[in-house]
Ligand binder design. Structure first.
Ligand SMILES: C[S@@+](CC[C@H](N)C(=O)[O-])C[C@H]1O[C@@H](n2cnc3c(N)ncnc32)[C@H](O)[C@@H]1O
Length: 155
């Protein structure tokens, strides 16, 4: 089950990139035996600053064909980590690839939001998009650990 994180903006070398690389690497390595992963990040850049709709067009072009489209959005569903793991496991069992979409400073255009199969929220507060990448990467790794039954997720 390939997982692609499609995001607006280029992440430069720094603590966020180091964390994302570490979690996604761990998710891919630990998940291999369970049919989870690999995970990768595809970045799109709206170099001419044309706004949300232009970003949505770039994001749509970056989406892997046939993948379940999941938008990250503060208006989406708030779920627990075990619930997220169960969703991931269900898609894995149905041999689906996943595309998680994270918007830029203005968010994800409604034209793309309406195409989503599911929308995931990390709470009603708005987080910087680079932080959302980190949080999503950790939750993917955590979900893999929950599905594997390891003690990483203790609650
Ligand atoms: C700075 S936020 C943009 C917020 C913008 N007001 C909007 O309407 O979406 C950039 C991106 O981070 C993600 N994001 C921010 N907060 C989030 C949250 N609480 N849950 C899920 N995703 C979030 C979304 O993908 C969003 O498009």
């Amino acid at each position: 089950m390939k997982v692609t994180i499609c995001a607006v903006g280029k992440l430069r070398k720094g603590p966020e990139l180091a964390l994302i690389s570490d979690y996604l690497d761990r998710f891919g390595k630990a998940g291999r035996a369970q049919g989870l992963g690999p995970a990768s990040v595809v970045e799109v850049e709206d170099k001419r600053n044309l706004g949300m709709e232009a970003e949505a067009a770039l994001l749509e072009r970056a989406l892997p064909a046939g993948a379940v489209l999941i938008t990250l959005d503060e208006r989406g569903d708030v779920v627990s980590s075990p619930e997220f793991a169960a969703k991931l496991g269900g898609w894995r069992d149905n041999a689906r690839d996943l595309a998680f979409v994270i918007g830029g400073a203005d968010g994800i255009a409604p034209s793309l939001r309406t195409k989503a199969d599911w929308s995931l929220s990390f709470g009603r507060m708005v987080w910087p998009h680079m932080m959302v990448r980190v949080m999503l990467s950790e939750q993917l790794y955590r979900a893999g650990q929950i599905l594997a039954g390891t003690p990483y997720h203790r609650v």
